[in-house]
Design a protein around this ligand. Sequence first.
Ligand SMILES: *[C@@H]1O[C@H](CO)[C@@H](O)[C@H](O)[C@H]1NC(C)=O
Ligand SMILES: *[C@@H]1O[C@H](CO)[C@@H](O)[C@H](O)[C@H]1NC(C)=O
Ligand SMILES: *[C@@H]1O[C@H](CO)[C@@H](O)[C@H](O)[C@H]1NC(C)=O
Ligand SMILES: *[C@@H]1O[C@H](CO)[C@@H](O)[C@H](O)[C@H]1NC(C)=O
Ligand SMILES: *[C@@H]1O[C@H](CO)[C@@H](O)[C@H](O)[C@H]1NC(C)=O
Ligand SMILES: *[C@@H]1O[C@H](CO)[C@@H](O)[C@H](O)[C@H]1NC(C)=O
Length: 931
Amino acid sequence: MAGSELSPAKALLLAVQLATNANLSALRTLVSQHPKTLRTEIILRILLTHLPESLESSEYVPFIQDLIARNVVEDSASPIDASALEDLSESAASKRARKLHLLPLLWRSAPADAPADPLTQFLIHRSLRIDEITGLVTQIPDLVVPFIHHSAYLRTWMISTVLPLLRFNYEYHPQDSANMTLSAFGKLDNQAGIAMLLSRTEGLEENEKNVGRDLRGLVGPWMYGDTRLKRRRLEENSSSLIARNVEPLDAPDPDTNEKCASWEVVFTWTTEKATDSWKTVVSAVEQWDGPGDVDLGGYEDGTGWLEEEDQQHLERRYARAALACAYLISDDSMDALLGIRRILGRIHTLLDLDPLPTLEVAGALLSPVSGIESLLSPTNSGFLRGGLLEEGNVLTTPNESSIKLLHALLVSAFLIRRCELRTSIRLVGQLVLLEDERDQKYEFEKLVQAIISKGPQSDDRYWVRVRNELLWLRSWGAEELTEGASVGKGVFGKVPKELIEVALLRGLLSNNRISLARRIYQIAPERPIPHETLQETVLSEAMNAYDNATNANKTRGGLKKCDDMYLRCIYQTEFIASVHRRLMHKADKALVCMPSPRHWNTLGVTHTLGKYSLYFKHGEPFKPVSLRVHGDPISIIARVLELNNKSYTRINDFINISKGMVLAGLTFRTTIGLSTIFKKTVEQVKEQLVIAEKRVVSMCVDQALSEDDFETAYSYIMTRLVKIAGPAQERKPHHDSINGLFAELPPKELDEWSWRAALQAGSYHRTEQTIAPTHLGNSSGNPMIRHLEQRMECLSLALRLAPKAALQSILNTFRRCEEELESLAKQEAEQEAAWDAQGDEQAMPGGFGSALKTTVTKSSRAEEGPMSLFDLSRGAISRAQSGLGSLSRAPATDSSIPRERKRDQLRNAAVGTVAAGVGWLIGAPAPATHE
Ligand SMILES: *[C@@H]1O[C@H](CO)[C@@H](O)[C@H](O)[C@H]1NC(C)=O
Ligand SMILES: *[C@@H]1O[C@H](CO)[C@@H](O)[C@H](O)[C@H]1NC(C)=O
Ligand SMILES: *[C@@H]1O[C@H](CO)[C@@H](O)[C@H](O)[C@H]1NC(C)=O
Ligand SMILES: *[C@@H]1O[C@H](CO)[C@@H](O)[C@H](O)[C@H]1NC(C)=O
Ligand SMILES: *[C@@H]1O[C@H](CO)[C@@H](O)[C@H](O)[C@H]1NC(C)=O
Ligand SMILES: *[C@@H]1O[C@H](CO)[C@@H](O)[C@H](O)[C@H]1NC(C)=O
């Protein structure tokens, strides 16, 4: 039976069979023989239902082409063999033909606007089935593309749905493909579709290279045409509750917005990535020219798919998104800043601006920033925090102002980051826009700290550069634009310029760049900081070096540094010279006894102290800083005397040290040290100098005594202390009339050291350890007598100076000396008589021994004796002391006659007042009747 004789039912059944067997050549013959029965649409449905989906597209595309062209001709090589249908009755054939259940051409869930054209429907439906049943998406282009010119719908579908998924799964991310059918993919809304397409773009380093490719080759096609847009509209019209995923924009033309809304999802994606995956974003901006930059696989028809107006709008939006990314990149590394530089460079290119210099070059040029004034306002700081993509955000509005501002912020951040301080565009932007002085100062201090902690920098060029940078950060070059502009507008615009200069000066000094410091701050005619401030800064920096020193030697380490600053910065200036002159002029020359300037400061004092062995109670060694922080630096001298045997003999050295301390301001207990001395009155300084000398002489006396060197102690008292010592307390005229109605104020302490030293010497008892005098002069031959006389002289001085409360015990000691002296004199007389009688030369040592014994016995007896004699009223004490004054001022003499006279004077002075004694007033036992 030949094919042409078949009934329509049998032809239909045979066509199904041939399709099932993929026998297309036979099918051609059959179709050509039965054009009425086997109409195109029926054949397409048969193919759709029965042609194996795994069949390669090329096998049947030519047939479909011919079919559509109504050009199916008999294939003579493939005659029809209908023998299999011979046994089938016509009625059975009709019945079977009716039950064929051919698939409809329109695919399930096709959108309402799907085209009515059977071929388009067939191709799409066939593609979906191939994908669903075999997953062979790669076959689809071969099937669809030959017909792509046939329907715009088909073209759009091919480009926007097949192409992205195909590329995603087979070309771009074959190792990591998405498990998604074409049908499911086609149903995704914008947000989900773009998220899916970009889901492999971020994260991996190698993928960052491809972000441009992904935007161009995946997102670009996805955006092609407006199928989704139409679908969304239809769905909205049928009140479908699909939430719109793009915020409405304020742009003037709603149509443009509508069309471009899909791209907003991409812009939003980009800005979101800026915070967690900044490299992706930088690559994106760098590799992708924006919405016009798409790769449609050559499937497009050559006509522009975006209108000019839309294109421009999208480019502006893209530029805004790129600017937004620069602000949103929160990574604080230098790499991130270089990335932002790349973004900005791209913006320059895209907007046809002059090429951008590298950050290194921009950081060296430090060009003045202009044309940004309209943006500099604290109210604009809110734009940093959010809504960066919003049309109203002036910081991301792509025009010259915003781009210049971003560049200035970027260069600033770069300079800061180069000092190893973490920062970001947003942080720098906040400093600039908020104009908060405290924040700016805080960041400035941090920056200075960072500069210092970079370690010593011994290159002057480095410091010149740092200075230029800091000043530029403050003003952004405003000085160069406006003559004498003192208010900065940069990152540290509110930080006073002087503060910046002082910080730099400190940096220079602590890095030993003293010549440079002088060149900039001292010699240059513009004088960046006031003279006073300059001095203060150098001094305090010198003190820092000083405090950091571990060794008291001026020719080494911190002290040398300190010394250099003094000598080269301070002393060489006319300022110090003037202070020096002023002091010389006003101060009493005798008092100031102007030491050489090198000793006229802490440094000299420290250096001199450094010659001695010195450590503190717990063994910690002396460091220069101890001197500065010590509450009572002069007391350190006592420690030196204690630790260095015989050092008390170098009393002049120590007096100079103590005066140096005063002149260095150390005794004024200040934290800034030296500088304050210039603010003290000359009277204060004089007073302190006198106190210092008294204290040091007293210390030397004490130390000499404790080293059993009574002779030296005595000579210090008689040659030095006597000249400078003063009364221990202020002596007010006595007012009897007060009658105890008002409590008297305690007397003012004046000199608590001299009388104690004198008393200490006066109380010294000779022992065998006592160093013998080097020469006895022409004094009395008996050393015991001489010693007692010396003690009494010391006691007389003590009596003259001591506070009332101490007088009695001094007088007691004096009386015991006197008694000893009398007994010694008697003994001497007896011995002389005995010598005369016996001529015994051996008596001397025995006499010495018995004299000692006498001292002890007399002392204990004296304590038991009546005290009333010396119980003096306050009035009596005043009188006694004035009487004693003239007595003690008389030069010490060894002649015994004046000695007797002095003793009498003393006794008279004391005793003469006893009649009127009111000793009970000062708590003494009731006076016994005397005389
Ligand atoms: C196609 O069918 C014809 C007749 O129906 C048969 O002769 C031929 O062998 C078939 N070709 C293939 C490849 O099956
Ligand atoms: C892909 O999806 C199918 C069905 O949705 C599931 O059975 C299969 O496990 C998935 N494969 C992968 C790799 O996720
Ligand atoms: C840039 O845009 C902002 C905000 O619209 C505006 O204030 C500024 O003047 C513009 N600058 C230039 C140079 O057009
Ligand atoms: C303090 O001393 C240390 C070590 O001696 C030194 O490294 C440091 O730079 C000094 N600091 C200053 C401020 O001089
Ligand atoms: C200070 O140091 C220098 C050099 O190291 C040394 O020559 C000198 O003797 C030292 N001076 C003192 C007092 O230690
Ligand atoms: C200082 O004198 C004391 C007591 O006299 C003695 O123990 C010590 O060794 C002396 N020190 C030195 C360094 O001479």
